[in-house]
Structures are given as structure tokens and as C-alpha cells.
Ligand binder design. Sequence first.
Ligand code: SF4
Length: 328
Amino acid sequence: MEGLGYPDKSRLLQWYDEFSRPLPWRENPEPWSVLLSEFILQQTKMEVGVGYWERMIARFPTLLDMASSSLDEVMEIWQGCGYYARARNLHALSIIIASRNPPILPSDPNELQKLPGIGPYTAAAIASISFEIPISVVDGNVRRVYSRLNALENPKPSVVKTWAQSCLDYNRPGDWNQAVMELGATICTPRKPRCEDCPISSSCSALLTSDPTMFPLSKRRVSKKILGHALVINSPEGVVLSRRKGSQLGGLWGVPISEDPNGLESLCSKHDVESPIKVGEIRHAFSHRDFNLQVWRIDVMKGGIPSGSVPISRLDQKILDAAGCGEL
Ligand code: SF4
């Protein structure tokens, strides 16, 4: 088996007690607030995620509050946070739990994984942090800490999982999991690890090499470039908007878009308009897709809805602003 270097547990927990970030859900890690934080942080950075968590918990203090709200009300708060499948799953999950007797989240990681939007990582995080179930979590931070402790370039996921479970602290599983992740997020960071401040440096093999950042080897993400067109059909009643589909923006509303650089003509004929005027160009980057859209506007006599009446994405807000229709 690949390396099995273990950190000094008591030193890492002591460091966590003293230096961990005072995140709001850590004060009282009850299941709903931890679940909300995990959903938000799945694909959103901490600096941004805390604000979304605060707005979500203020609007939906309990799971039952969300279950009795509409999907649009959830989307309204989630707007701008991206990966809207998370918000849809959250809403669906709240309705499932609310229909049970008693309406409470299960503590068993296997049961948690049967709920929408909860995979092995999220299930283990909720079970350990909120219910003190002794199950380890594995995320990118845990993998990096493991790789560096053992100076391994590309450890297999199964090996990282075995390591994480074997060094789990059974008395404080939730804090232990958070301590390893916190170390990876704040000290053992991908590009500039602060080894001089690291509480487990004495067990680190990467520190003995010329460059700890070589571990693990990074897989560079390549974004797909999308060149296309956005069509703003504007009338005194509002703008033509429809509900988007797909995991990234599904559930939000948006203007007609073509992801084909030669797709303007078919976009116009599909919406029965002719000769729109080019009013600008916008760029918007998602994690795997870079949009570069020509924005076209055409004024018609009637149709559409006020853009402020439905939840829309940042991409669409940029398009509407470019067309001068962002404030309807
Ligand atoms: S000593 Fe440096 S490389 Fe090793 S675990 Fe600590 S921060 Fe990471």
C-alpha cells in the first residue's frame, strides 16, 4: 500500500481549536445549518459562500420553512451563487424530509445519500459534524494533505479514503474532519503552503523535498470557450424570458441564447423577429465554460415580462444591462 504517514492528532486538534475560522455554522452545528453550508460550499468559495449561507438561514431558519416555500423563493436567495441544481436539490430534499414522520434529517450516512444532492462527501460531513458519527470525509483538501504528508504525486482515491478513515479521531470525528480540511484550506494550500505555521510539519515528507507544492500533481482545468449570441426581445410589457434548463442555470430565467457563432439567424427565426440591432458584447466565465456573447436587441409592440419579476442569473443580468433592459 502507498504511504501511510499519520499526522499528530492532538497537535492538529489543538491547532484547530485555537486557529480555525469562526464560521457561523460552527457555533451550533445542527443538521440543517451544516447541510446548507455543505450544499453552498460544494461549488462556491468560502468568502462568497458565508454570505449566501447567512441569507439562506435568515430566510429559511429550518428545513420546514424551506419545504413550505416555492422553488422560486429558494432561487431568489440562491441567485448569483451558481450551479442551480444545488438549490433545486435542496428544495426537493426539504419536501421529502418534511413529508416524513418525524420530519428530521437522518444521521446515517447511507440514508443521507439517498436524498437529492447528497453524495458520499456531503453525507459523511453532515453525519460526522452534526451527529458525531465516526466516518471520515475526503475532499480536495484532505487529498492534498495526505499527498504531502507522504510525498505522493497521484494517490489513488481508495488509498486516500483508507488513510482518512484510519487516522480519524473517534472521540471528535466532526472536529477531526474539519481540522484536516481546515489545514488544507488555510495552511497547506495548493500554491503557497505555510509550512512554518503547520502543526503537523514534523510528520511531513513533502517538506523534506525541494518543493512541497509538487504533491499532488495538479490536473489543470480547461474551460470550454462558447462563442454565440443573446437576443433581447423588448416591449413596453417587458423582455421575453423563459426558464432555463440544465445543471448550471436550470430553474432561473433567461433571454434566448445561441451557443453557435453562426446561430443568430436561426435564433431570430425561432422567435419570429427580424433585423435586431447589435448593442454590445458580454463575457461571463463559469468554472468550465467561458461565454463570449454578442448581444442583440429588438423592440416589439408587446410580449415579455418585467425582468425583475423572476430570478435570473448574473449572465442574463449582464446581457440585459448591455441591452439597456436591466431595470424593468
Ligand atoms: S509541512 Fe507544509 S506541505 Fe507539509 S502538511 Fe504542513 S503545510 Fe503541508
